[in-house]
Ligand binder design. Structure first.
Ligand SMILES: [Zn+2]
Length: 126
């Protein structure tokens, strides 16, 4: 079976400029979300440290923080982190269903969008 996403020459791949734009947007969205969830500045610092550390120490503290988040806030945070992972992988902005590029206007309105409008509509219809 042919891979859906081929490297480098893939049409619709977002440019480095867009990648950095959305990295900033997602960072901002995450900070705002955590502030809304009444997380203290000290805990926010811990969450930021998580990006740079993989040894798990900061992750444990983050989990304690996450326990205080409401379900929908935690889900939103997961979506933000998944979008950041897609940015890092290079498949950000590609529809997870059909593989076409998601419209930039849609991404700007909803940076965590995984589906193009057409696929999203189909999911909603069930
Ligand atoms: Zn699609």
């Amino acid at each position: 079976m042919r891979a859906l996403v081929t490297p480098s020459s893939q049409a619709g791949r977002v440019s480095p400029r867009i990648v950095s734009e959305f990295r900033e947007r997602l960072r901002g969205a995450r900070t705002q979300l955590l502030r809304t969830a009444a997380v203290t500045d000290e805990e926010l610092t811990t969450v930021d440290i998580k990006d740079a550390r993989e040894d798990g120490a900061a992750l444990t503290m983050t989990s304690a923080t996450l326990l205080r988040l409401k379900d929908h806030e935690r889900r939103e945070l997961t979506e933000i982190e998944q979008a950041e992972a897609r940015l890092a992988r290079g498949d950000f902005g590609m529809c997870a269903e059909c593989g076409t590029a998601i419209a930039l206007t849609r991404l700007r309105a909803l940076p965590t969008a995984r589906l193009c409008l057409r696929c999203q509509a189909r999911v909603k219809e069930g």
